[in-house]
Design a protein around this ligand. Sequence first.
Ligand code: SAM
Length: 444
Amino acid sequence: MAKLHLITFGCQMNEYDSERVAGLLAERRQYELTEHESDADLILLNTCAIREKAEEKVFSKLGQLRALKRVRPELLIGVMGCMAPLRKEAIQQRAPVVDLVFGSAAIARVDELVDRVTRERRPVLEIGEAPLVKLTARPAGASTLKAFVTVMEGCEKFCTFCVVPTTRGRERSHPPDTVLAEIRALARGGCREVTLLGQTVNAYGRDLTPPTDLAALLEQVNEVPGIERIRFVTSNPYNLTSRLIRALRDVPKACEALHLPLQSGSDRVLARMNRGYTRARYLELIAELKETVPEIALSTDLIVGFPGETEADFEATVDVVRRVQYDSLFAFRYSRRPGTPAAEMPDQVPDEVKAQRNTRILQVAGEVAALRSRALEGREVEILIDGVSRKAAGELSGRTRCNRVVNIDGRGRIGVGELAPVRITQALPHSLRGILVEEALHVA
Ligand code: SAM
């Protein structure tokens, strides 16, 4: 049996795509997944192009693989995902070791592409657009408890910093029937939590005939027996509707958590980013969310050092972080991406300034998150047990509906895949400790 080694960089959508590729190659060409590059016949790198650092990791990995290929010239090496359309020339020039380059649109034909490169023994490049296909193949051993489900592909927001419209094409939604069929099959296989994926997931359904929306999809997924929790990422403030906010309150299985990228708290920067909302509008949405779903856990993405960002602009972002009180956030140093308008803006911010702002925003985010965590001490929450500790016997870990990690001693009383009521006993920097509620009653 031929062996496939897959290395995935980047976002959840890449993780989802990697599973599809492994599933397709297993179904159609009997490839078996291996954890070791040394015994693979085919190594695929599923890449991310969102920041330069992500690309550099891929080039450095390709450099290491050159040595392996020297020893085993029959080894095939492929690069898939977001770097394929954007950096095809650079890949060919800097990494001639690569046999196959293909974009997300060609995933459905990965088996044919692998055949072609095996047969022709010369580099194959496949980066054109293709009709949207719903792929549901999964490799043996894929997690059964939780799953990602792509509900739409692409993005047409054209934020001035972002390569996604180029790497993933325009917005296209999968019809509800195909999404639901995939989720029903996952539920039959033991899945209890789904995360619906889209680059702008809350724009779901506008392009379908008849049009629909994410709120309607949440209601439909809610009816799937076996599924206990529904999450979705990533939402764009521009498309956030009161209807979706109410769905977060009214759809029982929809978790009270929302990732809502702010990017910047300064109107001047938001306009230059082409985000389509103002600071006031964002804060209005947050107020509506908190009023409608008081338990909501909010998280966000921020970019520091966007071209032209002044100290005052940056402080405006810090101020929003304090006001919103995010549970968690990702802060990125602005990275110049080829072909994007922001890369050409004249007033680029020096790296040291980006680094200082990044450190400062993470410090503020840490303070805010610690306050949020401490507020959970003594509270009763439901967790879905998703792991067993390798280090301590009886130690289990799970996540709250707000996506917080909670560790408990569940020895013999509860198992992976079960929902459990726990009382939070201690907030630690990156996780919470809790006890099963029956025990909490004994202790009290
Ligand atoms: N589509 C989502 C949105 O814009 O709301 C987010 C998708 S993007 C894959 C994830 C995050 O990467 C963005 O929210 C942004 O903070 C960050 N990002 C995108 N382009 C970037 C760049 N050129 N430099 C630094 N960070 C960037």
